[in-house]
Design a protein. Sequence first.
Length: 186
Amino acid sequence: MVLWELTESDYDIAVALECTHALVNNEFNAKYLRNTYGWQFALKNFLENEYFGIYKDDHGKPFLLHSMQQIAVSHTKQMIALAIHPDKSVGIDIETCSEKIERIKHKFMSAQELQNHDSNEDLTRIWCAKEAVYKLNGKKGVSLQNDISVLMTGNDSGEIHLCQQYLANYTSFLINDLMVVLAVKA
C-alpha cells in the first residue's frame, strides 16, 4: 500500500506522464482529471522502471500493462492511496472521517450493520471496506447495501462478503482524519 500526497504541479505530472497535451487542452482544470493523472503519476514514481502504463477493462478497473501485479486506487482531496499486490486482486478506498457519513449510512449499510455500528469512524470504515471490495470485484451492478457485507473481526480488520460469499479480508488505518481500507482477495 502506498499513500501519496499530490503536491506536484500539473506541469510536472504532465511531463512525467508524457501528456502535455492535457495542459494545452485544460484537462487538468477538471478536479477529477487532475486526480486521475495524479494517481498514474504516483504509480509511475512508485514502480519506476516497472511502469509501462495502465489500461482499464470494460468495467473501468485499472490494470498495469505488461505486468501480472494487481492494482487498485483511490483518492480524496490531495491524497492518493494505491494498493499493489503481486498476484491477488486488491481494492482500496480512502475517505475523510466526517459527520456527513451519518446522513448517508442508510444508503450503503444493511439493517444488521446499522444496528451494530454508529460511530463516524466505524461508519467510514464500513463505507471504505465496501468501496474497496467493489473495486476489488471490478464489476458494475453490485449494491453496497444489499450485496456487500462487512464483518468486523477486530478493531481495524475483518472480512468482506459479496452476495453472502466470503471474498476478501480487509485492514483499515486511521491517519489523522483519513480512513484507509485495504481489501485483499482471499
